[in-house]
Design a protein around this ligand. Structure first.
Ligand code: RP5
Length: 163
């Protein structure tokens, strides 16, 4: 695979990075090139729209977007790009991330966002890897090996409990 970013990881603020970093770590594990940026739906609306409109043309294949509170970034990006958008609800100080979750998951018909769990940035990265793996055989093979490893780890835990 070339070094051209395949996935865009964006977030509403750099304060989201401690949560969102797990998406980058997952993509690193699958050797998928990505780019990272801050892109606030409310503080940088014009830049956000420009990013979404240009993303597919720049060669990105999926966008992972995280935000907290009134978390409109994933949905707004999904409204202006044909790419799959994976939304990560970032938990803030109040409401346990429920505000972020509901802001991201309740999209109107026709504008899908694949929403992961509150704080679920690792799964967002893994889902992006599956999307890339659907047409990149090397990535798919890594995903199959990853799943076999998950199975082996879970099986081993059961074996230890039974012993
Ligand atoms: C949201 O506001 C961001 O995604 C972040 O989760 C939250 C707080 O941002 P900061 O005030 O820390 O920049 O838009």
């Amino acid at each position: 695979m070339s070094t051209q970013p395949q996935v865009g990881i964006v977030m509403g603020s750099d304060s989201d990075w401690p949560v969102m970093e797990a998406a980058a770590v997952a993509l690193d594990e699958f050797e998928i090139p990505y780019e990272v940026d801050v892109l606030s739906a409310h503080r940088m609306p014009r830049e956000m729209i420009a990013y979404g409109e240009a993303a597919a043309g720049r060669g990105l294949k999926a966008i992972v977007a995280g935000a907290g509170g009134a978390a409109h970034l994933p949905g707004m990006l999904a409204s202006v790009t044909p790419l799959p958008v994976i939304g990560v609800p970032v938990p803030l100080k109040y409401l346990d991330g429920m505000d972020s979750l509901l802001s991201i998951v309740q999209m109107p018909a026709g504008v899908p966002v694949a929403t992961v769990s509150v704080g679920g940035a690792r799964n967002a990265g893994l889902l992006a890897a599956r999307i890339i793996g659907a047409y990149e055989p090397e990535v798919r093979a890594r995903m199959e090996a990853f799943q076999e490893d998950l199975n082996a780890q879970a099986t081993e835990k059961g074996r230890r409990l039974r012993a």
